[in-house]
Write a protein that binds this ligand. Structure first.
Ligand code: ATP
Ligand code: MG
Length: 493
């Protein structure tokens, strides 16, 4: 009894079933400069506060500001429900089903506003129709599947509860720009300083609730260069299997984040170190187990990281086209050995690989359409005749297709001269292009030696190291479709 009283005195805001004690630290003392926050985020926080609600910048943006990194985007957390948030803004959209949030638009910028939610395992979790602070609480008890995975996540809660259901301590920091205060319930500031990635709560239970957190460990450890706390690291090996439970669309979202954050190589490295790459992209397992496939994937991810470091973007289609290429290339070679014509073989290889991949990680259709175009450009780029070259150059996916060819050339799969020829062709004026085409027709030094073409017909074993056949001849290998302009696809040029 007395013990309880003392506990309550010393942790006044600690409510039953939630761990974590509220600590407030002035942002200025941590190096946060509120005047450097974007207007969009400030406007959202202030409008909510003026509407009588609590509102904070939360998660990645706070973490990155404290680390002196430039936040990718700004998320806001509030005690207002989505229905209460929406009318406060002129351009706001209610989105999501599993996780209902509001997107407030400022030009092309989006501020994501989410309502404080409770952790599914908290006994305090609200049920449909409950009232808290005079607000109707939406949602029902958290639905959980047999493995403990949370299926729905719309149970509103307090800020303290919201902090507890976040993943890592450094991702659960809140910043109120009006009062210049950082709010921390789980020693996120301490972990930030020690550069430690630590799961909030009991890690193995948190992985069970949402296995995607396994991938997030790999991503954040790579992005932040943090050590993984032993307790957070330890259960991963035995829980890697849980990823099989994750719906393929969700896996896609998280994988894209992992690949596009500028630390794709380091993230993939972490995934392998943690034993998580298996089953995530099953076809990548294969790619990585073959030296040339691995070289290709690594080169692709290294390029992606360099692009992002240079302030450019990396399209998901290009990324996935790279990741799945070792399999597509290998299958393409096999099918040709079996007598399927060049272009038809590539089509079929793409079909098969995409279908196999879709079982685990659903690549959106618009992305897979672009991937196919990038692949289909490869044999087209091997043909340097006026009949094909101009059309290829005007293809909407030419740039991606050419970048892809560069990568293939760098990893020894296409002739470097071919890549150089296309570089020159792009740079040249009309006369220069005509000259280049003539050179190609004459079989200039840029031309691949004839005997190389025979490699394509070798048994599949040869390409069994995960590399695609070298496709740097000028066609004419007896495949009648080979001679068809634009490889039988609609002409985009
Ligand atoms: P980034 O800068 O890479 O976007 P981030 O921290 O903003 O990093 P997001 O994936 O955008 O990462 O998620 C935003 C926040 O939502 C996180 O900081 C974390 O607090 C919370 N969060 C996201 N996904 C999960 C999850 N699966 N489990 C628990 N909390 C999560
Ligand atoms: Mg984010």
């Amino acid at each position: 009894m007395i013990r309880k009283l003392i506990d309550r005195l010393f942790s006044p805001k600690k409510s039953a079933g939630t761990q974590g004690r509220r600590m407030e630290t002035p942002g200025a003392s941590l190096g946060i400069d509120p005047s450097r926050l974007p207007n969009s985020a400030l406007t959202v926080v202030r409008s909510l506060q003026q509407g009588g609600f609590e509102a904070y910048i939360v998660g990645g943006a706070v973490r990155d500001m404290l680390l002196g990194l430039k936040p990718k985007d700004f998320d806001v957390a509030t005690n207002a429900t989505p229905e209460q948030v929406k009318p406060l803004f002129r351009r706001a959209l209610l989105i999501g089903r599993r996780f209902r949030i509001v997107h407030v638009m400022f030009g092309r910028e989006v501020i994501e506003v989410s309502t404080f939610r409770s952790n599914p395992d908290e006994p305090a979790a609200a049920v449909d129709g409950d009232e808290r602070d005079g607000r109707k609480l939406a949602g029902r008890h958290h639905a959980v599947d047999t493995s403990g995975r949370v299926l729905r996540d719309n149970v509103w809660g307090s800020q303290e509860e919201d902090a507890a259901r976040r993943d890592f301590t450094v991702n659960a920091l809140y910043y109120d720009p009006s009062r210049d205060l950082v709010v921390d319930y789980h020693h996120g500031l301490r972990d930030l300083k020690a550069r430690t990635l630590r799961m909030i709560g009991e890690p193995s239970r948190r992985y069970r609730e949402d296995p995607v957190r396994l991938l997030r460990v790999a991503r954040f450890a790579a992005k932040l260069g943090f050590e993984i706390a032993p307790g957070t690291l330890h259960p991963i090996a035995s829980q890697a299997e849980l990823l099989r439970n994750v719906p393929s669309a969700r896996l896609f979202d998280e994988t894209i984040k992992l690949l596009q954050t500028g630390h794709a190589l380091a993230s993939l490295d972490n995934l392998r170190r943690l034993g998580l790459h298996k089953g995530l992209l099953p076809l990548i397992d294969l790619a990585l187990s073959q030296p040339r496939g691995e070289a290709f994937v690594m080169a692709a991810l290294g390029d992606t990281d360099a692009r992002i470091a240079a302030g450019k973007t990396a399209s998901p289609a290009f990324l996935f086209a790279c990741l799945l290429w070792p399999q597509v290339g290998q299958r393409w070679a096999q099918l040709q050995v079996e007598g399927v014509p060049l272009i038809a073989a590539l089509d079929q290889a793409a079909d098969e690989v995409l279908a196999a991949q879709a079982e685990r990680l659903a690549i959106q259709r618009r992305i897979s359409v672009d991937m196919r175009e990038i692949w289909a450009l490869q044999p087209r780029l091997a043909r340097r005749s006026s009949r094909y070259a101009y059309g290829a150059l005007e293809h909407p996916r030419f740039r991606a297709g050419f970048d892809f060819l560069l990568l293939r050339a760098r990893t020894g799969e296409a002739a470097p001269e071919l890549a150089q020829w296309w570089q020159d062709f792009q740079d040249a004026d009309e006369a220069g292009r005509a000259e280049l085409l003539e050179q190609a027709a004459r079989g200039s030094p840029a031309e691949a030696p004839k005997k190389r073409r025979r490699r394509r017909r070798k048994p599949a074993g040869e390409a069994g190291d995960g590399a695609a056949p070298r496709e740097d001849g000028d066609g004419g290998d007896g495949d009648d479709r080979d001679a068809a302009p634009h490889d039988g696809r609609p002409d985009h040029a």
